[in-house]
Design a protein around this ligand. Structure first.
Ligand SMILES: [Zn+2]
Ligand SMILES: [Zn+2]
Length: 70
């Protein structure tokens, strides 16, 4: 992967889907409480880069206040 691709992918999750092992490339969200960034999955432990549960709850601090990372 080249530098340009890395830059273009900055707002996409670089994690890997559990089970399917496919690149996630989901939208990244940022927790306004603790600053954690990661994707949001419909189930817990859905991606190695997951930071939020289906309801939008931060898996690190428990806050429910996340915004789309830019
Ligand atoms: Zn992800
Ligand atoms: Zn948080």
């Amino acid at each position: 992967m080249g530098y340009q691709e890395l830059v273009a992918d900055q707002t996409l999750c670089t994690g890997e889907r559990k089970g399917s092992k496919l690149p996630c490339r989901g939208s990244l969200y940022k927790c306004v409480a603790c600053g954690t960034t990661g994707c949001r999955q419909t189930q817990n432990d859905g991606c190695t880069g997951q930071a939020f549960s289906a309801g939008g709850t931060c898996l690190k601090c428990g806050a429910r206040n996340s915004v789309l990372a830019s």
